[in-house]
Unconditional design. Sequence first.
Length: 258
Amino acid sequence: MSFVKSQQEGAVLTLTLDRPEALNALNQQVLDDLSAALDGVDLATVRCIIFTGAGEKAFAAGADIAAMADMGPEAAAAFSRHGNEVFRRIETFPCPTIAAVNGYALGGGCELSMSCDIRLCSENALFGQPEVTLGITPGFGGTQRLMRLIGVGRAKELIFSARTVKAPEALAIGLVNAVYPAEELLPAARKLAARIVQNAPIAVRACKAAMNEGMDLDMDEALDAEVREFSGCFMTEDQKRGMQAFLNKQKNIEFYNK
Ligand code: CAA
């Protein structure tokens, strides 16, 4: 039995954390199942991935506290490394990812959402890094990604105080791109995904690669990364097709992913 359900519709894959009885808390198996779900992605057919949580309450209420309670430093380091590996894999996954945050996104849940390229949330979403109330730091990337997303001062305030953030504030500080009534969240995520997947997939993946790489480089090196990705597109059929279609005044063409 897997704690991650995969459902593909057209070129959009939805991965649903499916452990609602524990508010989709992330234990070793959930992390393994996420990894296995990514192993199963076929980029020839999948052009965008939506991550969400089963049930009406939670995207994910964090790393599994019961599983961590009796850990010593070595087990804790291994658990943190495991989560970080899986989330880094999501962050650097070749195709775009959207977190559809349908409720609690606390601790590891907030960290999972921040590993995705884009976050949309429901009106009842609640974000936060409450780890210091448990005597620990965030362990799946929260100390690093939150400040890159919302700025150092705000991230330090939220992490040191463990204050949670409701959907309107998450929108105001740029932690999410948009807020929807709960029942409209997945349709909105699918609509955005549908818009993404109609574009040239190799070009979209190249944009992600250039932006991800550039985040950690100085501007000159970052622009070199852009030159590399830009020029690489000129080896694709989709570039020839896209430009010819423009010149021939054709609209809504299909890209081949080659
Ligand atoms: N780990 C393990 N189990 C969890 C969990 C978690 N993070 N969050 C919720 N659960 C379980 C509860 O223990 C409960 O199980 P039982 O029914 O067996 O008792 C079930 O999910 C439902 O939870 P609640 O009864 O607590 O539901 P609620 O609606 O009253 O409260 C909540 C919801 C406010 C999210 C509350 O569950 C909560 O505070 N959860 C913990 C949030 C948290 O501290 N997350 C950070 C974890 S540490 C971390 O993530 C470290 C890291 O970066 C790697």
